[in-house]
Design a protein around this ligand. Structure first.
Ligand code: ISE
Length: 346
């Protein structure tokens, strides 16, 4: 018997929440969009009308609604703890956008609350794990064909970020955090030390903003990761990596073959193909696969994707990264003990 349609509510309908709401309404099988909530009630009402769903003024009322089976949380990180806890209290599955929370203590409280419940209800929206290229490289590394992974070089560029209220730490917390999760995913290990350095900043960054940044991760098994994050590159959205193993390397994110030469003057970021504008374009397929896999798993009573533990570990590395940003020195990452709920074969 096919399980009934999953009724999914969306909390927070800014850029990402709107994108998810549209995906749930139009492109996710076995799902109905069962309501939206946002502090900007006019924005929520306009979206609800366009997508034919209802509005809840209070996000916690959306979680508690008898008409909602599962929730996508796309609100700002500082309200995630309360909203995820509400989902756990109702036994409701949640797909929570990154970062899980803004600090280690609150992320750990979510891990502990879920572990006390004894079943996984939280998936963190590190969508790259669902990108076909990231998944293929992970599978290839697991096959052993390339030997052990030694080095990973990650590049992460955004065309620009708003200058108002933007701080250097946000590059670590909102952008580098994806590289943290990708590194943990590809190595299958924790990050144990992080160092963040920076060249003289681009003139396109806001006053006092350190951009680009170069972060070095040491992995638990001795591997190294170099990360360039540059959020005012002027060109477009470029996310790629090269994984160097004992018997070969794997490169993902080129999107095309040819000589790599992006430039602003050549008419806007081209190199044999078009450089995507932003993450919604570059990772459109990954987001579709992520939300579909999550909905399928919830409907069949299982879970999929990055866990609350993955969200906590990424937050802890970001915190260490933000500390290193101000000193340029290596900072150790000390994680709390991992509850058995998060063991691979639990
Ligand atoms: C943004 O918040 C995201 O999550 C994007 O994936 C990332 O590329 C971007 O740099 C962040 O600001």
């Amino acid at each position: 018997m096919t399980p009934p349609q999953l009724r999914v509510g969306v909390i927070g309908v800014g850029i990402m929440g709107t994108d998810h709401a549209e995906r749930l309404a139009h492109r996710t099988a076995g799902v109905v969009l069962a309501g939206v909530s946002d502090p900007d009630t006019a924005r929520a009402a306009a979206l609800a009308e366009r997508l034919g769903t209802t509005v809840h003024d209070d996000p916690l009322a959306l979680v508690a609604s008898p008409d909602v089976d599962a929730v996508v949380i796309a609100s700002p990180g500082f309200v995630h703890e309360e909203q995820v806890l509400a989902c756990l209290a109702h036994g409701t599955a949640a797909l929570c956008e990154k970062p899980l929370t803004m600090d280690d203590a609150s992320a750990l409280r979510l891990v502990e609350a879920e572990a006390a419940l004894g079943r996984r209800l939280v998936t963190v929206g590190f969508m790259r794990r669902f990108d076909p290229e990231y998944a293929a490289v992970r599978a290839s590394l697991l096959s052993g064909d390339h030997g052990r992974l030694l080095l990973l070089h990650n590049t992460h560029r955004n065309r620009s970020v708003p200058h108002t209220d933007f701080r250097s730490e946000m590059i670590v917390r909102d952008s580098l955090v994806h590289e943290v999760d990708a590194s943990r995913f590809l190595f299958g290990e924790e990050v144990v030390e992080v160092t963040v350095l920076s060249p003289a900043p681009t003139s396109h960054a806001g006053e006092g903003v350190v951009d680009p940044q170069v972060a070095l991760f040491r992995m638990a098994g001795g591997g190294l990761v170099t990360n360039e994050v540059f959020v005012n590159s002027q060109v477009g959205y470029e996310v790629r990596f090269e994984a160097v193993a004992e018997r070969g390397s794997l490169t993902a994110g080129l999107g095309s073959t040819g000589v790599l030469a992006t430039s602003v003057t050549a008419g806007g970021g081209r190199w044999g193909g078009v450089v995507p504008d932003d993450y919604r374009t570059r990772f459109a397929r990954a987001y579709d696969l992520e939300v579909q896999a999550w909905a399928d798993a919830v409907r069949s009573g299982t879970t999929v994707g990055p866990s609350a533990w993955d969200g906590y570990a990424a937050t802890a590395v970001s915190t260490a990264g933000m500390a290193s940003l101000s000193t340029g020195r290596p900072v150790q990452v000390d994680l709390a003990p991992r509850p058995v709920l998060y063991d691979e074969h639990h």
